[in-house]
Design a protein around this ligand. Structure first.
Ligand code: ADP
Ligand code: MG
Length: 312
């Protein structure tokens, strides 16, 4: 099968953890141990988040005394693709030495008139106590919002429209490579009337970008790998219940948190609506089970007719 696996940024750096390189590399190795299991018999594209990392580099850049102005978010997004891409490349090479693997710097076209620019919603960077977050926000002119018990910076997250390197991803996949791409949802760029590309100050949602790639390469399954066993009804309440199987239509009738589960559900729905196959949301360390359908939340177009790949 042809799979797109989207790796949560929080799986690379858990909430509250120090953002040391060694800690993240360790998480990447654990993630790749899981991904290697599903890579053996399948074609695999790996995308990854960069929320914690992009925010951290933005703080460093803002505090660098040598810089008159901090690096823009597109440039910092590119930095995180290189860094996380490198960790993934090395871990895959160590886990599956004979399998070709490549990490591609990837650009994603957005619409500069996207209303998301007026309503920053994407969490980046670390979580802070409310008072500290407010101080940082005032000094660096951030917008902040509450993420669970902590407060974090939020930035504009426009809809991914086109993956610039899509055909290259397809070619590499056809050559048998594991393709690591669209890190952090891809570097946000705009395209003018003369087809000229330039960077945009935003961070794209990696789940939505993964759905675009999965559609472009005609993937059979979109795996959205995170830190919860699946999508829950009434999440956070005492009566919360995991949803094992749902149609895109059923999920669209429910509502999910904008900064976290919302985009995953939206990405899953967009993919199955476009392709008629399936998407699965669940824990990274259960990747094989998600693929087999024994755990996680499976999203299909029509629950009566099993997804076309279900027997394979
Ligand atoms: P990632 O880094 O993997 O993208 P996110 O933090 O963006 O992770 O999204 C996963 C988080 O979504 C979970 O840790 C959970 O706290 C939160 N969440 C919000 N609503 C739900 C829900 N209905 N079901 C499951 N998890 C939910
Ligand atoms: Mg996320």
């Amino acid at each position: 099968m042809r799979l797109v696996a989207a790796l949560g940024g929080n799986a690379l750096l858990q909430r509250g953890e120090k953002p040391a390189a060694s800690i993240q590399r360790h998480h990447v190795e654990d993630a790749v141990a899981q991904l290697a299991l599903v890579a053996r018999d399948n074609e695999l594209i790996v995308t990854h988040g960069n929320g914690p990392q992009v925010g951290l580099l933005a703080v460093e850049s803002a505090n660098d005394p040598l810089l008159a102005e901090p690096y823009p978010l597109d440039v910092i997004g590119a930095q995180t693709q290189g860094m996380i891409g490198y960790w993934l490349l090395q871990a895959f090479k160590n886990a599956l030495p004979v399998r070709p693997v490549v990490a591609l710097v990837t650009q994603t076209v957005v619409d500069p008139a996207d209303p998301a620019f007026l309503h920053p919603s994407k969490f980046v960077g670390l979580g802070y106590e409310e008072g500290e977050a407010r101080r940082l926000a005032a000094a660096a002119r951030w917008t902040i919002a509450q993420d669970g018990p902590r407060w974090r910076r939020v930035v504009a997250s426009p809809d991914p429209l086109v993956i610039v390197e899509s055909s290259m991803i397809h070619t590499l996949l056809n050559d048998g490579a594991i393709v690591i791409c669209a890190g952090g949802g891809g570097i946000p760029v705009q395209r003018d009337a003369h087809d000229h590309l330039s960077g945009v100050e935003a961070v794209i949602d990696k789940d939505l970008a993964s759905a675009v790639i999965a559609r472009d390469v005609h993937a059979e399954v979109l795996l959205i790998l995170t830190d919860v066993p699946g999508v829950y009804r009434e999440y956070g309440s005492r009566s919360q219940q995991i949803i094992k199987l749902a149609t895109a239509k059923e999920l669209r009738a429910m509502s999910f948190s904008a900064g976290s589960m919302g985009p995953k559900v939206e990405a899953a729905c967009r993919f199955v609506e476009a392709m008629g196959t399936r998407a699965v949301i669940g824990r990274l360390d259960e990747a094989q089970g998600l693929l087999d359908g024994t755990c996680g939340t499976t999203i299909v177009l029509d629950a009566q007719a099993p997804a076309s790949d279900a027997s394979s």
